[in-house]
Unconditional design. Structure first.
Length: 248
């Protein structure tokens, strides 16, 4: 059985709150800790993957980066769930819209996550497992989004192993984004499926809340600086969701 510290997290279970917010970018972790948490303390910095713990309106909350892609999210969420006894993880990140009515800066809350990854194969399920969010966290995040007047959507995300795809020469009807879009998938990102699958396996709670940073259909996109520090509404929804989960 794994014990702490791990090769990736130099901390103890007491260093983390029961809920951890996980952006992909370590600098976004730092931004959230400095802007929103009282008495924030750096609890992990292995490989520059910054993790902080502090208090949000009196509730102990942590924020730590996941890195990019499902292998990275898979490592960190596995260790947080199983070694550091974290109960809830909320992914907060960016996604690319593949629907005409899901716009730049809109919030997408993932009820479920599709994937082109083989991440689920390790669990030896004799079929196709559909990874879903924790309903309590999902319901809470939707309630908070309504209260804040956010422009939000609830449905399926796609977690892809590929940021750059080679579909040159394929007709549009067979291109991946077209195929997923016709099934109602809202947007594409790269981490949430691993988080949801790990949460299902280890009986923990997971939710992904993403901001649309680019629109794959129109080519519109936000800058790297915007992605790092301007997604404040998503951050506030996640923090309020974390607070209410701890207070329930």
């Amino acid at each position: 059985m794994a014990t702490y510290p791990t090769p990736h997290i130099n901390a103890t279970p007491d260093d983390f709150g029961q809920t951890v917010l996980m952006p992909g970018d370590p600098l976004r972790s730092k931004f959230i800790a400095e802007r929103y948490l009282e008495h924030a303390k750096l609890v992990n910095n292995v490989r520059g993957v910054q993790g902080y713990t502090g208090f949000y309106q009196g509730i102990k909350v942590s924020v730590m980066a996941s890195g990019m892609g499902m292998p990275s999210m898979g490592i960190y969420s596995h260790e947080l769930f199983n070694v550091f006894q974290v109960r809830n993880i909320i992914r907060i990140g960016s996604a690319g819209s593949i629907q005409s009515d899901v716009n730049i800066r809109d919030i997408v809350i993932a009820q479920g996550v599709c994937t082109d990854s083989s991440w689920a194969a390790q669990f030896h399920v004799p079929g196709t497992f559909a990874p879903l969010a924790s309903f309590d966290m999902l319901e809470t995040a939707v309630t908070v989004s309504r209260e804040l007047g956010a422009s939000y959507h609830v449905g399926n995300l796609l977690s892809s192993d590929r940021f750059y795809g080679d579909e040159q020469g394929l007709p549009e009807a067979l291109q991946a984004n077209t195929v997923w879009a016709k099934m109602g998938v809202m947007a594409v990102e790269m981490e949430s499926a691993a988080l949801y699958l790990n949460a299902a396996r280890y009986r923990k709670n997971a939710l992904a809340i993403c901001t649309i940073s680019d629109h794959i259909l129109t080519g519109e996109a936000l800058s790297a600086e915007d992605r790092q520090s301007s997604f404040t509404q998503m951050m506030e929804i996640a923090l309020e969701t974390a607070k209410r989960m701890e207070s329930a």
